[in-house]
Design a protein around this ligand. Structure first.
Ligand code: GLN
Length: 305
């Protein structure tokens, strides 16, 4: 298996040359364009790795489904979905447009920035510190890694340059989708995006979602079965932003990407996959990562459709 993964990685390495490392968050420019790594964990807890699987990078938008799971676990679902929708936007992840043109002005879904900022605003806690700790501990629980931490250089870099997110957040507050202090919500959002992970962490979270929320090592319940279903459904319909339709056709696996270059994939009842390849396509998805998932989907017949 390790050899198969190595081969798939090598076959797709060339695609990194066609993509670009994210630069709108200055700190992300430091990534190496040609890094490529993968980890696959199956339901028997067998871990397969290849390439730069232990390289650290920031989770970015892959935090969105996880924070959604946290919020759904502590809030009334009807309330949550009165503030954020369930439909793909068909727009880029950082688009502000539909906040004005949608009838309801509600963000389309929790996988785009506007929707994710709303979900983050619903994390409960007496102050920012408590919310931050709860958020980080939830990631640690799902990734089974107590060492997960925030990369403060990336966080500072995002905070300093995140005016587009800031604009959206203030608009969302104006329209009643966010309560409380907008800067605090943004602070928490920038922190969740700046959590450092590697491919193993992503694969571990992916496999625990693939098992419908059961820790595949211990059998303990980590998240509610129905929540794991909602999260995977959002990953299918909105996980790759405005490339989600094409990805569903070509790959057919619930997946979530981030501009740090990561992709977390979750094949129900089969496996979790974590990929790192920081060269992105125009839509902000790892260019080699998508090709690798396409190859794996075909080779192992793991297309869920
Ligand atoms: N932190 C990034 C942002 O808000 C996340 C975007 C992404 O990964 N697509 O712009």
């Amino acid at each position: 298996m390790e050899n198969v993964l190595e081969k798939i990685l090598e076959d797709n390495r060339k695609y990194a040359n066609y993509g670009q490392v994210a630069s709108y968050i200055p700190e992300l420019k430091k990534a190496r364009q040609d890094d490529l790594g993968i980890c696959m964990i199956d339901m028997n807890n067998v871990v397969h790795t290849a390439g730069n699987y232990d390289k650290k990078f920031t989770i970015q938008s892959i935090s969105k489904p996880i924070v959604l799971a946290l919020v759904l676990s502590e809030s009334d679902w009807e309330h949550v979905f009165s503030k954020v929708g369930m439909e793909p936007s068909g727009d880029p992840f950082n688009s502000i447009m539909k906040l004005e043109t949608n009838n309801t002005k509600k963000p389309c879904n929790p996988m785009i920035n506007a929707g994710a900022i709303v979900t983050t605003s619903m994390i409960k806690g007496k102050d920012l510190k408590e919310k931050e700790e709860k958020m980080l501990n939830f990631f640690r629980k799902l990734a089974k890694n107590d060492n997960l931490k925030i990369n403060y250089d990336v966080y500072e870099s995002e905070k300093a340059t995140g005016d587009r997110n800031r604009a959206m957040a203030y608009l969302l507050k104006n329209d009643g989708f966010i309560e409380g202090d907008v800067e605090e919500v943004l602070d928490l959002y920038f922190k969740q995006c700046s959590i450092e992970v590697d491919c193993v962490d992503l694969a571990r979270m992916g496999v625990n979602l693939a098992s419908y929320g059961l820790d595949i090592e211990t059998g303990n319940r980590l998240i509610d079965e129905r929540i794991s279903r909602i999260v995977k459904t959002f990953m299918v319909t909105c996980g790759m932003y405005d490339a989600s339709g094409e990805f569903a056709i070509k790959v057919g696996i619930p997946a979530k990407s981030g501009v740090g270059g990561g992709i977390m994939a979750s094949v129900p009842k089969k496996m979790g996959i974590g990929i790192y390849g920081p060269a992105l396509d125009k839509k902000g998805n790892s260019i080699a990562g998508i090709k690798i998932l396409q190859n794996l989907s075909e080779k192992y017949k793991i297309n869920i459709f």
